[in-house]
Ligand binder design. Structure first.
Ligand code: UDP
Length: 402
């Protein structure tokens, strides 16, 4: 179901809706092309699936295409992704050729006659080199760029320099060594999608039953791809410490993204290492891609954990805050934009397992604290992280650049 912009009036207010329409006026009939590398799994696909239809509601002709690639390509681009977030990489010609050739092949059957192009993340970055450039190209980076591996950064920069603008998620990611106009636009959630909409008690119960999730004990949950940066094994260590004080169950919900080949490997590591707790039902692993399931988990859990060691933004944090559920998360990257420590959640050093456990137990024991954190969290999202703000910022940028 696609909503009209007016459907967001109640949540975002009339002024925000009028401003969107006002800003869109000069963009009527403009063709805008978005390209990323997966239609599902991860925050980029999540945002595009709301943003692109909404852009079309404003009078723009917005399109969304997916870069095609084989498993080797995605293995290489995940290595690039990891290196951009600071991991080491063995950057060979083989990797570079696979990266560039996949983009070259895609360009042969992807015709770009649009008025502007928005490229998301590193996978489709080299595409720009395969067209006669006739319009502005924007690179939208959703990754934490504070400390990239210098070799990969230098290599990717050779493509980025061709772009007319770069969008990053927070101020810290603006690169002084990149002489291209850089804009800060934080991501946002769509409150009307199945992932974030209100749910009836009946639906919640139906999903809990369908996915075999007992609620006899409080649930603590992390919703994240099985990815080294999301630290699922660290979450389990925290869970074990919490369990010493309070009997809880842990849910790790991580669907597999088409452009992330590490998922199955890390999932298998978790299964192997924690076989006993999984068989006992103390740790529940879910890999189904299901938006309502995520919504249900973010509502029924007593605490949502986000124990990332790096995080471009972390949409899952805002998703949980929106549902009034307390969040205990790492003080890294985009999470620090979303949580004010002690006011709408708690922030901790990712290595501080004791600190994580202490805060979780504190929330589990103090209902009033949980309610206050939840109330503040919801308000903070309403003010800062709704899709209507994201839409407006995109329109403003396009107006300036076109
Ligand atoms: N997600 C999901 N199912 C899962 C795990 C994650 O739908 O099993 C969604 C999650 O709700 C969020 C997105 O994937 O909308 C993850 O975005 P985030 O910015 O947190 O992290 P990313 O995966 O982009 O690094």
């Amino acid at each position: 179901m696609q909503y009209d912009i007016e459907s967001y009036r109640k949540i975002a207010g009339d002024e925000a809706i009028a401003k969107i329409y006002r800003t869109a006026r000069k963009l009527y009939g403009k063709y805008i092309l978005n390209i990323n590398s997966t239609y599902q799994g991860g925050g980029v696909a999540e945002m595009l699936s709301s943003l692109v239809p909404l852009m079309n509601r404003t009078g723009i002709d917005a399109e969304w295409r997916i870069l095609h690639g084989n498993p080797d390509f995605f293995t290489v681009t995940k290595k690039f992704h990891n290196a951009l977030q600071g991991a080491s990489i063995h950057l060979t010609d083989l990797k570079k050729n696979l990266y560039v050739n996949t983009n070259s092949n895609f360009s042969i059957y992807t015709h770009v006659k649009h008025d502007a192009v928005m490229i998301h993340d590193p996978q489709p970055l080299p595409l720009i080199t395969f067209y006669k450039k006739r319009q502005p190209w924007i690179w939208r980076c959703h990754i934490d760029l504070t400390a990239p591996n210098p070799e990969i950064w230098d290599y990717l920069k050779s493509f980025i320099l061709r772009y007319d603008a770069v969008i990053v998620s927070m101020k810290n990611y603006v690169r002084k060594d990149l002489p291209v106009e850089q804009r800060v636009i934080p991501p946002a959630i769509d409150p009307l999608t199945p992932k974030n909409m209100e749910l009836s008690e009946e639906t919640i119960q139906k999903y809990l039953k369908k996915f075999n999730i007992p609620t006899d004990k409080p649930l603590i949950t992390q919703i994240s791809r099985f990815d080294p940066w999301k630290d699922p094994l660290g979450v389990i260590e925290v869970f074990k410490k919490v369990k010493e004080e309070k009997d809880v169950r842990l849910v790790l919900c991580g669907s597999m993204a088409a452009d992330d080949p590490e998922g199955y490997k890390i999932y298998s590591e978790v299964v192997k290492k924690e076989k006993a707790l999984i068989e006992k039902g103390d740790i529940i692993l879910l890999t189904t891609e299901n938006n309502i399931l995520v919504n249900v988990l973010q509502r029924v859990s007593s605490v949502i954990i986000q124990k990332s060691t790096r995080e471009g933004f972390g949409l899952t944090v805002t998703e949980a805050l929106w549902k009034g559920t307390p969040v205990v998360a790492s003080k890294v990257g985009g999470i620090t934009l979303q949580i004010k420590d002690g006011w709408n959640g708690f922030l901790l050093d990712p290595k501080d397992y004791d600190g994580f456990a202490k805060r979780i137990v504190q929330i589990l024991k103090d209902k009033e604290l949980a309610e206050t954190l939840g109330k503040n969290g919801k308000e903070y999202v309403r003010e800062n992280f709704l899709i209507t703000r994201l839409l407006l910022q995109h329109l403003e940028l396009l107006r300036e650049i076109l």
